[in-house]
Each structure stands twice: as C-alpha cells, then as structure tokens.
Design a protein around this ligand. Sequence first.
Ligand SMILES: [Zn+2]
Ligand SMILES: [Zn+2]
Ligand SMILES: [Zn+2]
Length: 286
Amino acid sequence: MKLQFLGTGAAEGVPAVFCNCATCLEIRKRGAREFHTRSQLVIDGELSVDFPPDAYHHSLSFGADLSAFKYILVTHSHMDHFYAHDFILRGYKYSDGLPKKKLQIFGNAEVKKVFEECTRRELRADVKENIEIVELIPFVPVTFGDKGEYTVFPLKAQHSKTETALLYFLEKNGQTYLHLTDTGRLPKESLDELQAYLNAKGKFVDFVTFDCTFLFKEAGEVSRHMGLPDNVAMREEFLRREIVSDSTRYAITHYSHNNQPFSENLRKAEKEYGVIAAYDGLTIEF
Ligand SMILES: [Zn+2]
Ligand SMILES: [Zn+2]
Ligand SMILES: [Zn+2]
C-alpha cells in the first residue's frame, strides 16, 4: 500500500488562512517546506481519504492526479475535509481524458447533504450521473473496487455533536490501514467493534495514522482531537486489545498553528514518540 500524505494541517491550515500569530509569521517566512495544508491522504493513487479545498493545490505541488481518483472516503463534512464545489468541474468541457468516468464518494449522511448543497447551482446532470454518493453506516463493512479489492470498516469518531464523523479501517490485498482523523480518543464502542472485527479475522493493523492536532499537549478524554500523549494512550489500548502488533507503524498528522508544528518540533516528536511525523508530500510504502 502506498500512502501519500498531501495535506497534514488542521482546518485553518499552517500558516492559517487569516492569521498573523508568531508561528504563522515564522512559517510564512520559512516558506513552502514548512506549510501544512488541509487534510488529504491518497492510497495507491486512486483512493483519496477526504477531499479538501487544497486538493487542487496538491495536484500542482505534489503531482497528485485528481483525475485518477476512483474512490473518495470522506471522514466528515467539515470544510477542511470535504470541498464539494470542485466536482462541478469533473466533466462537461472541463475534464478531458478521465481514466474512469465513474467516481464513488463514501461518507456519512451529512457529507451527502453537503455535496447536494455545494453543487446545487452549477453541477450539470451529465456530470452528476458519474458521481455516486454512497452513505456509510458505522460498523457496517463495505467492499468495493474493480475486483472488490477494498473493504472498509467505518468506525465512530469522537468529534462532532451534529454528525457522526467516521474513522476508517481499510483492507486491501491482505494489507491493513487505520485512519484516525478527526477524532479525540476513540469511543469505547469503536474500540470494541474494531477489536471484534480484527480478532475474528486474526488480523492486526499494519499502519495507523493519528490525529495530532495538539502535538505535544494532552487533549484528554473528552476532546475532539488528540495530541501525542493521547496517541500513546490509544496505542497502549490497541496493544492490549490486539488491534495492533509490535510491528505496527504510526504516523501523526492534522497539526494546528496553535501548537507550533515547526519541522524541528516534528523531528522531536519522531525521536521521543517513535512515530512518523507526516508532512505535506510525504510518501510511505508498506
Ligand atoms: Zn479537520
Ligand atoms: Zn497562526
Ligand atoms: Zn473536523
């Protein structure tokens, strides 16, 4: 499985859209290497987890081929994770040579609503007919792909009071990936369900990506995001429940400008916590 981390910032971006705090000023001075744009991760070039307002920028900066996407797994409807307006351009006179006309977008009921709202004015019927919105229900696995090679098991996040934000356990050709943004520490129900699902299959997660909005700070039990101490608590819980093994690898992402995600701090996090601190443009294969 090839993971491309294209956007590793929180909703406001780093530097933040309208911000002149000391961190944002310093990051602007340092330049693009230190930027963290809005959340996007691409798997094997064809499946995108989330589709942020910066997806187009990711195609320009990192050569991500948006036309090659066949599947998009949307975690929730927050603007940094789902910018539906761009899909108006996926057809008609705007997009020649699409490798595959059909695009499937998976998400919760709110994602479906946001898609309708954002495309209501400009989406042509002949563009719309190639985009299928598939509503996912927590803890109900769905298999998809040309050869049925992907199975996704959606989990409930601890994130929003107005919608059920989803986290994704993904399996492809025997490899396993767990995507955990945006969320605080996982609800017990999600831990129980994931444990039962994996233990029944005799499988472990190969690679985990953690929400790390708070970086070195602890978010605690009730927060809707995490920091490294919370990631550690989750890792220990995963080990106890045999969701992960000793060879599981971990990345952190979704940094906020409020927590100084300078490159030297990310390297420090890697050293102290044994994680990969993702940055925009990082590719990992496992
Ligand atoms: Zn977010
Ligand atoms: Zn700032
Ligand atoms: Zn969110």
